[in-house]
Design a binder for this molecule. Structure first.
Ligand SMILES: [Zn+2]
Length: 128
């Protein structure tokens, strides 16, 4: 039984405060997590856009954290493509398999880092 099934069971049993602990935790952690995520994402997207308009041919994923999924992507090179938004390192619902074997399937096209919650990776330009 996953966390949501367990929560629904509690709610149907009349325990309407089942999410209080979860939401209280989010109040303490979500602002920092969200700001870190957006900082990494926005920095990499702006970098990618700048390089696109300066005719950089490709991008390389540069791992700066110990996330096992990022280790899988470290050094991956993609072509910039005809559009800044068209190229991505991982496609929507594409599997990224880490060592030890775990699978991540992002629900969006991963055009730049971050890939995962603690991701601090960056991109590097490929000129030729
Ligand atoms: Zn990363």
């Amino acid at each position: 039984m996953d966390i949501f099934q367990a929560a629904m069971t509690e709610i149907l049993a009349g325990n309407l405060n089942v999410f209080d602990e979860l939401f209280d935790g989010w109040k303490n952690t979500r602002p920092e997590e969200f700001s870190k995520w957006e900082t990494i994402r926005t920095t990499n997207l702006m970098t990618k856009a700048t390089w696109f308009f300066n005719e950089v041919k490709g991008l390389e994923w540069v791992r700066l954290d110990d996330n096992p999924f990022c280790k899988t992507l470290d050094g991956k090179v993609i072509e910039m493509g005809a559009s800044c938004r068209g190229s991505h390192f991982v496609g929507k619902n594409e599997e990224v398999v880490s060592e030890p074997a775990k699978v991540l399937k992002p629900s969006w096209n991963v055009a730049t880092p971050p890939l995962y919650g603690d991701c601090e990776c960056m991109i590097a330009p490929i000129k030729d």
